[in-house]
Design a protein around this ligand. Structure first.
Ligand SMILES: Nc1ncnc2c1ncn2[C@@H]1O[C@H](COP(=O)(O)OP(=O)(O)OP(=O)(O)O)[C@@H](O)[C@H]1O
Ligand SMILES: [Mg+2]
Length: 340
């Protein structure tokens, strides 16, 4: 059994014109100390997935179905009190904007001490000592002085270091990081990511890393999920997916990476844009943008237009795509039978 098991997660937003289904049938797992990347274009449902793990979906959002098991315990339906014990303590979150976590009217030290005391029976003095140690771990210059500073007195990079220190404060099993470096200068992004990776490895903390940046995912994670319009459309070991993506959407994302383009050549962007969740196309939600709906012989792969694809397994990866399913089926059936 994995440390975190998400099965058939279904999240909706109850809007006046009807429910919008933000996540459909999302399944994934995370082992202890494992690092999982979640990628996809803006609006794919990455943040909704992250927030729903700790039941932090704000109204009108709600979890409409599925299961989230953490260390054998079902989190869906758990009381706020029970969830608070897990949140921050065994599972912490790092957001893009440090100010979502930091309280502007408290010093860094006050917030860290408060957080420790909320979860542990501990003296202020001991809590301060632990806080200092965590600030040292995130390699903040003059950590002792930082304890008495307010968030606005720190640079963006330093704030994000403090956020990582807070995320690690209670020695969690998992950190969920939603675009943890996007708000930072490019030069600082790599530093902060390296720090997060190093600390997760050192403390055997599992990481769910949400990012637009496939390059980061390929460097940092062992497994990855690709999301499109609220669904997982491909998942598997990161290296396999990056080297040999099965789903046309994943292929498009990887082809759009700058290093894939020859200098002087235009980036190979996926044409079109992701559909609105309230007006999903029929069949495979990606089909209006997909170059594989038409077969090489000119015929249409009608299933792409009519049926939502299920997962097919290829190597260690799974992809939800009719074309991939057809290819696998072809390989399975000997060539002579196909000809006859
Ligand atoms: N408060 C809300 N009310 C209604 N719909 C929402 C709300 N929050 C999210 N959604 C729906 O869920 C979809 C997914 O949103 P989400 O924030 O998870 O995208 P994302 O993949 O994190 O995108 P980004 O890369 O831009 O952060 C949105 O496109 C929207 O349709
Ligand atoms: Mg997001």
């Amino acid at each position: 059994m994995s440390l975190l098991e998400v099965n058939h997660l279904d999240v909706r937003f109850a809007l006046r014109r009807g429910d919008v289904q933000a996540l459909r049938d999302v399944c994934f797992s995370l082992d202890r100390g494992e690092r999982l990347g979640i990628v996809g274009e803006s609006g794919a449902g990455k943040s909704v997935a992250a927030f729903s793990l700790l039941n932090l979906i704000a109204k009108p959002g709600y979890i409409a179905g599925g299961s989230i098991r953490f260390d054998g315990q079902e989190l869906i339906g758990l009381s706020d009190r029970a969830l608070r014990r897990i949140r921050g303590h065994r599972i912490s979150m790092i957001f893009q904007d440090p100010m979502m976590t930091l309280n502007p009217v408290l010093t860094i030290g006050e917030q860290m001490v408060e957080c420790l005391k909320a979860h542990r029976r501990i003296s202020t003095r001991d809590a301060r000592a632990i806080s200092l140690r965590k600030l040292e771990q995130v390699q903040i210059p003059s950590p002792e002085a930082r304890l008495d500073q307010y968030p606005h007195e720190l640079s963006g990079g330093m704030r994000q270091r403090v956020i990582i220190a807070i995320a690690l404060l209670l020695d969690p099993d998992i950190i969920i990081a939603d675009e943890p470096t996007t708000a930072l200068d490019v030069t600082i992004q790599a530093e902060i990511m390296a720090l997060l990776l190093e600390l997760c490895e050192e403390h055997n903390v599992g990481l769910v890393l949400i990012t637009h940046d496939l390059g980061v995912v390929s460097q940092v994670t062992q497994r990855m999920l690709v999301m499109y319009a609220g669904r997982v459309i491909e998942q598997g070991p990161t290296r396999e997916i990056i080297n040999d993506p099965q789903h046309p959407y994943t292929q498009g994302l990887i082809n759009a990476l700058p290093q894939m383009a020859t200098p002087g050549e235009r980036l190979n962007q996926i044409p079109g844009s992701m559909p609105s969740l309230s007006h999903l196309p029929s069949g495979c939600a990606f089909h209006p943008r997909c170059g594989f709906v038409t077969r090489p012989d000119g015929s249409t792969r009608q299933a792409c237009v009519d049926e939502v694809p299920g997962f097919v397994t290829s190597g260690n990866c799974q992809a939800a795509c009719h074309m991939v399913a057809e290819m696998i089926e072809r390989e399975r059936i000997p060539a002579e039978e196909q000809d006859s």
